[in-house]
Design a protein around this ligand. Structure first.
Ligand code: DGL
Length: 268
C-alpha cells in the first residue's frame, strides 16, 4: 500500500509514542493514523534482547501492512536501535526512526557540541546515539545516561511514585558540567519534560519535532501526502491493559480516542 489514502502506522511499547503522534497530528491533521501500543510486552528498554525486539516489531509491521499503512513511524528509541535496519530489510514501505531525528535535533541546538542523552538501559548500552552521531557529525561528544526506572514510572503514573525526586536528582546529576544540550532519548520522557526542566537549565531537545519533518519530507517526495480536506481518523490498538491507557492518552492528546485491545502472543 503506497497511495495517498493509506494510513500512517506509529508504534511504541506503550504511551511514549503518543508524544510523537501529538506533533504529527498537529503538522499533518488530514492523515489517518493507527497507533499500536505494545503495552502487553512493555518494557522494551530492559530485559529484552535485540532479537526479541526485532520479533515484536516485525509483528507490528505485519499488522500495519494488513491495515493499509503507507508509512511507519517507529516512535520508540529502543525499537529504532534494535530493529530499524532489520525492518527496512524486510519491509518495503518507508520506515521513519527516531534516533536520527534526536541527533539532528542535537546538532541544530548545541553550540559547544557537548550533548547528553537520557534514555532506556537498552538504548544507552547499545550506544545508539553515539553511533548515529558518528555518522552525522563526528565532532559531537555524546554522554549516554540510562534512567532505567523512568519508562515504567511514566507508563504507570509518574506522580504515584514517591522516589521520583530522588531518581531525577540521581540521573540528572550525571549530565556533564560542559553539556549545553539534553536529548530526551526515550519517547516517554517528554511526558515529564516539566519536571526535568525544573532540575536542569540546559537546552532540551525532543526528537519528535525532527521526526515530524522527516515524515513530511518522505510523504512529499513519494507524492503520497493525503489530499483529503477533512480531518484524519485516529485508531488505537493495545496488546495489554486498555482503560488506564485510554485515560492517560486522552489527556495527552486532549481528545477522545477509539481503542481496541488485540490478543498478545508471548514471545517464543
Ligand atoms: N518509549 C521507549 C523508547 O523510546 C521505551 C520504553 C520502554 O522501555 O519500553 O525507548
Amino acid at each position: 500500500m503506497n497511495d495517498k489514502s493509506g494510513k500512517i502506522g506509529i508504534f511504541d511499547s506503550g504511551i511514549g509514542g503518543t508524544t510523537v503522534l501529538r506533533e504529527l497530528i498537529k503538522a499533518l491533521p488530514n492523515e489517518d493514523y493507527i497507533y499500536y501500543g505494545d503495552n502487553g510486552n512493555f518494557p522494551y528498554g530492559s530485559g529484552k534482547t535485540k532479537e526479541d525486539l526485532q520479533k515484536l516489531c516485525e509483528r507490528i509491521l505485519k499488522f500495519f501492512l494488513m491495515n493499509n499503512c503507507k508509512l511507519v513511524v517507529v516512535a520508540c528509541n529502543t525499537a529504532s536501535i534494535a530493529a530499524i535496519e532489520y525492518l527496512r530489510e524486510n519491509f518495503s514501505l518507508p520506515i521513519i526512526g527516531i534516533i536520527e531525528s534526536g541527533v539532528k535535533g542535537a546538532i541544530k541546538n548545541t553550540i559547544n557540541k557537548n550533548v547528553a542523552v537520557i534514555s532506556t538501559k537498552f538504548t544507552a548500552e547499545a550506544h545508539g546515539y553515539k553511533k548515529q552521531a558518528d555518522n552525522l557529525d563526528s565532532d559531537l561528544n555524546i554522554t549516554e545516561i540510562a534512567c532505567k526506572e523512568f519508562p515504567n514510572m511514566i507508563e504507570k503514573g509518574w506522580e504515584t511514585f514517591s522516589n521520583s525526586e530522588e531518581l531525577l536528582n540521581k540521573y540528572l546529576s550525571k549530565i556533564p558540567e560542559n553539556a549545553d544540550t539534553l536529548v530526551l532519548g526515550c519517547t516517554h520522557y517528554p511526558l515529564i519534560r516539566d519536571v526535568i526542566e525544573q532540575h536542569t537549565n540546559i537546552k532540551i531537545v525532543d526528537p519528535a519535532f525532527q521526526a515530524v519533518e522527516e515524515v513530511k519530507r518522505t510523504l512529499k517526495s513519494l507524492n503520497i501526502l493525503n489530499t483529503k480536506s477533512e480531518k484524519g481518523k485516529l485508531i488505537f490498538f493495545v496488546t495489554g491493559e486498555s482503560k488506564y491507557f485510554q485515560a492517560i492518552v486522552e489527556k495527552i492528546l486532549e481528545r477522545e480516542i477509539d481503542i481496541y485491545r488485540i490478543p498478545n502472543k508471548k514471545l517464543n
